[in-house]
Design a protein around this ligand. Structure first.
Ligand code: NAI
Length: 336
């Protein structure tokens, strides 16, 4: 089948071509065509004649785009991501377009990056790195705390949340969690489930690992931030819109939020994955975040390991092959 990749970077091409070369789909080999632009109503025409569209997290898979894809003969949108909040599922269903995703490619990659952000932010390693390179060996402003004995609140104890909890358990942290579906694996670590206000009020570090759903949008709003333990660290490597960013800025200004680490941002589609170092960034809220010394941001790189890229390519091409054979891969989203 011909697959049109959107938002394709050199590393996507490499990982998919490597996996495709040795891939036994049980039918003709897949023909992979890589388009650099994001999928939008304007670029959707590029997919004309492609049975499969492979999209990433900031591609626009809204109703109008799906209408165009259906008119061009697309039967499957194979997401090379776990999250599917960018898809209009109702329209896809109405048009008979199947949606598949990669439910887990390396939860370890995301959990390890999450803890990396926590440690870097706490011990100010990013600031120390620059200081030492400039011959400044002063320690003022670099004071951190021991993670050992601190209480960590995990919101969402699925694959990534539990792995993050496991690493922090190894540091000797106390673990609290909030989830609509409790996990035995989390309980086995000695963690406790509590209601959200209790988690927010008792945790020294709050880490978000739930999906973006209508119920979780702006989960961390002004009201939730007011319930945080004063000076708590807030970490979001899940989806940007779990935070009300304007409320977070207010929380940072008042000191209620003591430190903030982000790998995701609500308006990231206009920024992340591109080199904008010569541009004037128009997003004032994002720029305000960058002015705080206690904010650390990475550009949606938590997933970005060799293992994850290879798993993404394997599962995505497997999803396409299953679709071609008329079988279910188990990775479908929705009912088509
Ligand atoms: P998962 O599906 O294994 O776990 C999600 C957990 O959230 C489940 O236990 C679920 O019960 C819970 N949940 C659902 N609704 C909730 C609510 N209203 N309140 C509290 N908990 C709720 O997902 P996984 O693989 O652990 O991924 C978590 C999130 O991480 C994804 O949804 C995605 O947004 C994000 N992610 C970020 C990446 C990055 O590179 N930064 C890469 C991969 C995923």
């Amino acid at each position: 089948m011909r697959i049109a990749f959107f938002s394709a970077k050199a590393y996507d091409r490499q990982s998919f071509e490597d996996v495709n070369r040795g891939f036994d789909s049980g039918s003709d080999p897949h023909e992979l065509v890589f388009f650099e632009p994001r999928l939008t109503p304007t670029t959707a025409a590029l997919a004309h004649g492609f049975g499969v569209v492979c999209a990433f997290i900031n591609d626009d898979v809204s109703g109008p785009v799906l209408e165009q894809l259906a008119a061009g003969g697309t039967q499957l949108v194979a997401l090379r991501s776990a999250g599917f909040n960018n898809i209009d599922l109702a329209t896809a269903e109405r048009l008979g377009i199947a949606i598949a995703r990669v439910p887990a490619y390396s939860p370890h990659a995301v959990a390890e990056h999450t803890v990396g952000l926590m440690l870097t932010l706490n011990r100010k390693i990013h600031r120390a790195y620059n200081r030492v390179r400039e011959g400044n060996f002063a320690l003022d402003g670099l004071l951190g705390f021991d993670f050992h004995g601190k209480t960590i609140g995990i919101i969402g104890t699925g694959k990534i949340g539990v792995l993050t909890a496991k690493i922090l358990h190894g540091f000797g942290c106390q673990l609290l969690a909030y989830d609509v579906h409790p996990s035995e694996d989390f309980l086995a670590l000695g963690g406790r489930y509590v209601e959200l206000p209790q988690l927010l009020g008792q945790s020294d570090v709050v880490s978000l690992h739930c999906p973006l759903l209508p119920q979780t949008k702006h989960l961390m709003n002004a009201e939730a931030i007011a319930q945080l333990k004063p000076g708590a660290m807030l970490v979001n490597t899940s989806r940007g819109a779990l935070l009300d960013t304007a409320a977070v800025v207010m929380g940072l200004k008042s000191g209620k939020i003591g430190a903030l680490a982000l790998d995701v941002y609500e308006q990231e589609a206009a920024l992340f994955f591109e080199d904008l170092s010569n541009e004037i960034i128009q997003d004032d809220l994002f720029e305000r975040l960058l002015t705080f010394p206690n904010v650390l941001i990475t550009g949606h790189q938590a997933f970005f390991t060799r293992e994850a890229l290879s798993n993404i390519a394997e599962t995505t091409l497997g999803n396409v092959a299953a679709f071609e054979r008329g079988e279910r891969s188990g990775n479908e989203v929705g009912t088509c």
